[in-house]
Structures are given as structure tokens and as C-alpha cells.
Design a protein around this ligand. Structure first.
Ligand SMILES: [Zn+2]
Length: 209
């Protein structure tokens, strides 16, 4: 799941306009922003294995600190707490906690059974929508289109070119991940995953006054 996560960030402007799109992007992708850091530090591991699921060659062998159910709840609470201490925005804080946790729910729907319940349990879950590409694409692109529509209706962004080019860029990357060649190495994946911070800066630019 990639653009589906961002869909919820876009859509949530309808609930509270105060959190910036950049913060919302960090929230929905927080687990995936931690993941490459933990991988590069050697705390978490993955392998490239063609056909692991129909839609991705990545075999998530161990990622309990960024992606277990228990840790995703803890990250959600911590993130929301920091946000609340800075902004005193109660509604926004609850929204942000829900967005951080939503990442796990969407991964649970798409990933194979590789998400641990907690770092201390080896029970792994995942519904594996990635094994049904047509349905995955209808689901994810549908979510994304809904999010984009809701953001556009609610916010009516001033920097329209920045907004639409980001939308297009997301779609291109999503399709390249599916139809492009498999990644050359695990370290290439981990390093390029850090490039997701570009979207945060892009979101900040879209809303910059
Ligand atoms: Zn994830």
C-alpha cells in the first residue's frame, strides 16, 4: 500500500483543516518513514524475493518495531501526544493518532501474513490483497481518487500546479512499483524509501502561504 495511505491524509482535511498536509503525510506514513531507518540501522530486515506476493517482491522478514500492531498503537499515541503538546489541538490530535494507526490497518489489508502482533509475539497477520492485483488497484486507486477529490473540495489549494503534479507523481510511482523492474538490492530499497520525505516537503510547499 502506497498512495492509499496518502489518500487518508488528503481526505482528513474534511475532519480538521488545522493540521498541515505535511504533518498529515508524516502521520499516515510514519511507520514507513521509520522502517528504512530501522533497516539501515540493522534493527529490521527484509528480502527481495520475486513473487512474494503478486504485486511486490519484498518479503518483510522482520519489522516488529515499525510495523507490529502493538508498536503502531504506541507510535500513534506518541505522535499524537507530541502534536497535542505543541498545538493544543484536541480534535487534530485524535485525528493524527487515527491516521498513524490507519497505516497498520491498510497494511493489514494488503500485506501477506507478515505483520507481527507485537515485537514479543511471532503471530503474523495480513489479508494479502496484494495477491489479487485487480482488486488491490481498484481499492487503492479508488481510495486515492476519493482523497484527492475531498482535499480539493475542502481546501481548494492555491498552488494548483504543485498539487496536480504531486497527484500525477504519486500515480506514476505507484504504477512503476507494480510494472517496473524489481529493485536491484535491499539497500537500494532502504535508501530510496527515505526519499518519501520529499512528499512531506512537497505537501508543505502546496500549502505554504
Ligand atoms: Zn507500511
Amino acid at each position: 500500500m502506497f498512495i492509499g495511505h496518502y489518500a487518508l491524509a488528503f481526505a482528513s482535511k474534511k475532519i480538521d483543516k488545522l493540521p498541515s498536509l505535511a504533518i498529515l503525510f508524516v502521520a499516515v506514513q510514519f511507520l514507513d518513514l521509520l522502517w528504512p531507518i530501522f533497516v539501515l540501522l540493522g534493527i529490521e530486515t527484509f528480502e527481495i524475493e520475486a513473487g512474494n506476493t503478486a504485486m511486490t517482491p519484498i518479503n518483510f522478514t522482520s519489522y516488529p518495531y515499525s510495523h507490529s500492531l502493538l508498536m503502531s498503537i504506541i507510535w500513534a499515541i506518541l505522535f499524537a501526544l507530541v502534536y497535542f503538546l505543541i498545538t493544543k489541538n484536541k480534535k487534530g490530535s485524535v485525528l493524527i493518532a487515527a491516521l498513524v494507526f490507519s497505516h497498520w490497518i491498510l497494511d493489514f489489508i494488503t500485506h501477506g501474513a507478515d505483520l507481527q502482533i507485537s515485537p514479543f509475539s511471532n503471530t503474523r497477520v495480513g489479508l494479502g490483497l496484494w495477491n489479487a492485483p485487480i482488486f488491490e488497484m481498484i481499492f487503492e486507486i479508488g481510495l486515492f481518487a476519493t482523497g484527492i477529490y475531498m482535499y480539493f473540495k475542502t481546501v481548494n489549494p492555491k498552488r494548483k500546479i504543485a498539487f496536480w503534479s504531486l497527484t500525477l507523481f504519486f500515480l506514476v510511482i505507484y504504477l512503476m512499483n507494480i510494472y517496473g523492474p524489481p529493485p536491484p538490492s535491499t539497500s537500494a530499497v532502504a535508501w530510496s524509501a527515505n526519499a518519501m520525505w520529499i512528499f512531506v516537503i512537497w505537501a508543505w510547499w502546496i500549502e505554504k502561504k
